[in-house]
Design a protein around this ligand. Structure first.
Ligand code: HEM
Length: 412
């Protein structure tokens, strides 16, 4: 499945090799620790990194030991990559391809976090239980239903193992995934990827999405362990191997930006139920003021419309459930599009939008429930089309000496 060199070169050799190259010392302050109770890239770091390289792999093996080998190698390599080191020795043998591809040599670790998740296809692939794991598939790793308006593309959907690489440097994030894919050799096969970015203003204000609205205001606070336990981390209700982990739902959502740009400011604000510039709920001044869903205007109409995005996402209408949104904007060039809504423009349009990523302890109570309502009546649907999708069980973090997902593969 992989070369001996790929699996064994790793961590030990890397530190020496980078020193030998005379590369600048790594600023440890920008390195996120890998071995921890929870995987990185969910609650930490507190400010979302500015770049994501999101990759989903198929597994090209029927042997469980090969999958275990991949997860072992990826765990070891991730710790090295997050420290800002090359994943293999940088050898000078002119007769061999260099092991680490080298584009991150001398770069700051840039708060790289590597987060792994298992898709339904790890447990059953085309009806086959390839690894004897089918019985261990958690109920919460539910197949996402078809939602009204879904236009999912097979080449942007599903997959067995997901890697979310977040960093403040796009080259660092890409390098990391590229090394992981390489050291897994033929055992994995790239299924789909998505890059994205998130640009927080320097003053620490909430970042804005491509529709120009602040996005992330009403999230559970990642620094508050109680909020995370309540909404994000799997607890004793889940299987042992998932406790301390979380479920990710990812959606590649294309936004008709040229259409949006023709929409009057007042209507843009009605779509979300918030003011564009301040981010405050309609009728209020403070971004963080609680939503008053009962507020009515002089005519008795709700101030936050019945089909406003924030109303439909609010815990008050979703059984009190909160999800942690950790999305990235994407911009992938332009292609010819026929819009789904009046005025049905047909033109070259930006292939741009949101790589929506959310984490929760149970997607049936989280994303599935919330989006079930939204996909039917959200005013935002006039501008958005869901074209890619995935659901993944992200196990807890690994302790030194173990590997991500060990309790799934080795549970008796
Ligand atoms: C392109 C697609 C989307 C855009 C541009 C978008 C944008 C926004 C914005 C601007 C807000 C208000 C500010 C905030 O609280 O962060 C918001 C809130 C929210 N969105 Fe979205 N969103 C999108 C898709 C989704 C999807 C697919 C879901 C599915 C679950 C979702 C769930 C939520 C939730 C739960 C809230 C918080 C509601 C609250 O508690 O007030 N969003 N979104």
């Amino acid at each position: 499945m992989t070369s001996r060199r790929g699996f064994l070169g790793g961590a030990g050799a890397a530190a020496g090799a980078i020193a030998a190259l005379g590369a600048p010392a790594v600023a440890q302050a920008d390195a996120e620790p890998f071995f921890a109770r929870h995987q990185g890239g969910i609650a930490t770091p507190q400010t979302q990194q500015t770049q994501v390289y999101f990759a989903v792999f198929d597994l090209a093996t029927d042997r469980r030991d090969d999958v275990i080998g991949v997860m072992r190698a990826w765990t070891t390599a991730s710790a090295v990559l997050q420290a800002g080191l090359p994943v293999d020795r940088l050898d000078h043998d002119l007769a061999l391809p260099p092991a680490d591809s080298g584009e991150a040599i001398g770069l700051n670790p840039a708060r790289l976090t590597l987060t792994f998740g298992f898709g339904p296809e790890l447990f059953t692939y085309q009806g086959k239980d390839r690894y004897g794991l089918a019985a261990r598939r958690p109920e919460a790793l539910a197949d996402l239903p078809f939602f009204p308006g879904d236009q999912l593309q097979a080449d942007k959907t599903g997959g067995s193992i997901m890697v979310q690489a977040c960093a403040d440097d796009p080259q660092v994030a890409f390098h990391a995934v590229r090394q992981l894919a390489r050291i897994a050799g033929g055992a994995v096969s790239l299924k789909w990827t998505q890059t994205g970015y998130c640009s927080p203003p320097a003053n620490g204000a909430t970042p804005r999405n491509l529709m120009g609205f602040k996005d992330g205001t009403m999230n559970p606070r990642v620094a508050d362990p109680k909020a995370m336990t309540a909404s994000v981390w799997v607890g004793p209700e889940g299987p042992a191997w998932m406790q301390g982990g979380s479920y990710m739902v990812a959606r590649r959502i294309r936004i008709a930006l040229q259409h949006w740009d023709q929409i009057k400011l007042g209507f843009q604000e009605q779509v979300f139920g918030r003011h564009k510039y301040s981010g405050a709920p309609l009728g209020q001044k403070d971004e963080f003021a609680p939503l008053d869903l009962d507020a009515a205007d002089a005519d008795g109409n709700p101030v936050i419309p019945a089909n406003a995005h924030v109303r439909l996402g609010a815990p008050a209408v979703n059984g009190g459930v909160e999800i942690l949104r950790r999305s990235y904007s994407y911009s992938d060039g332009a292609n010819f599009t026929a819009e789904r809504w009046p005025p049905w423009r047909q033109a070259m349009e930006y292939d741009a939008g949101l790589l929506f990523i959310c984490y929760q302890k149970d997607p049936r109570a989280g994303f599935i429930r919330i989006f079930n309502g939204m996909s039917r009546i959200d005013a935002l649907n006039q501008f958005t089309t869901h074209v890619g999708s995935g659901i993944f069980a992200c196990p807890p973090g690994a302790a030194k000496g173990s590997y991500i997902g060990q309790a799934l593969f080795e549970e008796s």
